[in-house]
Design a protein around this ligand. Structure first.
Ligand code: GDP
Length: 455
């Protein structure tokens, strides 16, 4: 048996989501599994609900390339490792079981599944309330209408949180009735448009969840203890965040954020783990994108933004909405790398800027005339201040698709020092400015397309 240091990594998005976290988490899970060191590997999802989506491109158990999208389950499924759901997730039984069953078909998934007994259950009335609010311009926040906002309101209200332990116990029908009674007026007003009575809504939820509850019953755990034992036994643990730091409930641009705490250091106490046992990696897409509402200072609606949006197919995995594209914003990344206490950064989608000129935002111009290296609460009226230098991108040099695949393999094998000099210069300027080193460069959507050698 080879004795190596266990892999203990947490991944968090440094922008507004869709940075490629699913892909790098999948790679970390496969790396830990392939150590074959007699230790287990687990991937733990920490927050958010099916409003998030990770796309993982990998190979199934028959050796065929597949695209696997997770909304509720952690990205460990394609690697057939253990998975866990932390207490701060908005847990959707329906989405979760669907993905587990897909993974069983595609990857012969048979890992251990652990779900925190504390995690709250996302139910149909959350979705109905969300939908009603979204359809009204004065209450819309640009949500995905999955009910995640109303769910976190129930978590904060305490008496309305239906925990996983409640859900799988025989008390669930009574508990559901009790909670729906507390929320009756709000639920009823959401039901009017759907032409369904309060009682029918309750009965429908009970019926829809009867089988799901039984399928999930054996997975409930006092997770904070189990994960701690997992750690003490020397196993590999990978923590996966959803969305991006720019959407954090406290640190995002209020009200255009999500409703959970998504900065990486928040994850540890609820999982019974210590930050000091982990390396935190920020995932940064070389050009930021933002879907839905909300400001993004470097947004480009002209040539660069439009071309990258089209070429890189920047369409949301959950909503199908196009993502707005911007120039690299290092002010924002410096800020979020610090908030997350990052040890390193994985830069993704570097292949998608081939033959583009990149200008880099190194300060913000505020409406009062100040030019500062700070991210304010509200981004309205803030414009980018670009560095004099632009980076001309010519990494792939017009290779055709087969050529790019070969080139990717070559770059991954040879590592950082074989990269084109303009890319190395970009990385070194980024390290100096952001103050947190790039530890990997992703140049393709597939597992194995990330260069880590030499970093
Ligand atoms: P996440 O929510 O952060 O996991 O990101 P998404 O899954 O929503 O979106 C990331 C998309 O980028 C997925 O379709 C990935 O397959 C793709 N992707 C990730 N890294 C790279 C990369 O380096 N190059 C390319 N071309 N695609 C990538």
């Amino acid at each position: 048996m080879i004795s190596k240091k266990p892999i203990r990594r947490a991944f968090v998005g440094l922008q507004w989501g869709d940075e490629g976290k699913g892909k790098v988490v999948d790679e970390a899970a496969a790396e830990a599994r392939d150590l074959n060191d007699g230790h287990k590997t687990i991937v733990v999802r920490t927050q958010g609900g099916p409003n998030a989506g990770h796309t993982i491109k990998t190979i199934n158990s028959q050796g065929t390339p597949v695209t696997f999208i997770t909304h509720a389950a952690p990205s460990g499924l394609p690697s057939n490792v253990d998975i866990a759901i932390g207490p701060h997730v908005a847990f959707s039984p329906k989405h979760f079981l669907k993905e587990i069953n897909e993974a069983r078909d595609l990857f012969n998934y048979n890992g251990r599944i652990m779900i925190s007994e504390r995690v709250g259950i996302l139910l149909d009335y959350h979705r109905l309330i969300d939908e009603i609010r979204e359809n009204n311009i004065s209450t819309s926040v640009g949500s995905t209408k999955n009910g995640v906002g109303p769910f976190y309101e129930d978590v904060a209200r305490r008496t309305t949180r239906i925990t996983f332990a409640d859900y799988v116990s025989s008390k669930f029908p009574d508990r559901l009735r009790e909670v729906m009674e507390i929320k009756k007026s709000e639920i009823e007003s959401a039901l009017v448009k759907n032409n369904i009575s309060f009682k029918d809504c309750l009965d429908k939820i009970l019926a829809a969840h009867e089988s799901l509850r039984h399928q999930l019953a054996s997975y409930g755990e006092r997770l904070e203890y189990r994960l701690n034992e997992y750690l003490e036994d020397g196993n590999h643990i990978i923590i996966e965040g959803a969305q991006g730091s720019g959407l954090d409930v406290d640190m995002g641009t209020i009200p255009d954020q999500t409703s959970s705490h998504l900065l990486a250091p928040h994850a540890f106490p609820g999982l019974g783990l210590s930050r000091s046992d982990f390396e935190i990696y920020g995932v940064e897409k070389i050009y930021p994108t933002r879907v839905g509402k909300g400001e993004m200072p470097t947004i480009d609606i002209k040539n660069f933004g439009k071309t990258v949006q089209r070429e890189a197919r920047e369409i949301g995995a959950t909503t199908g909405r196009p993502r707005r594209v911007g120039y690299p914003d290092w002010v924002f990344v410096k800020h979020t790398a610090r908030l997350n206490d990052c040890d390193g950064i994985i830069l993704t989608r570097v292949d998608d800027v081939q033959n583009h000129e990149l200008q880099v935002c190194v300060a913000y111009c505020f409406p009062d005339g100040n030019i500062l290296n700070e991210v304010p609460l509200y981004l309205q009226g803030v414009t980018p201040f670009y560095a004099n230098e632009t980076f001309n991108w010519n990494l792939w040099n017009n290779l055709d698709e087969t050529g790019i695949k070969m080139a990717r393999k070559k770059y991954v094998e040879k590592g950082k020092f074989a990269l084109p000099s303009n890319l190395r210069e970009f990385i070194s300027e980024h390290d100096n400015y952001v103050g947190c080193p790039i530890k990997g460069v992703s140049i393709g959507p597939y597992r194995g397309d990330t260069i880590t050698k030499g970093f």
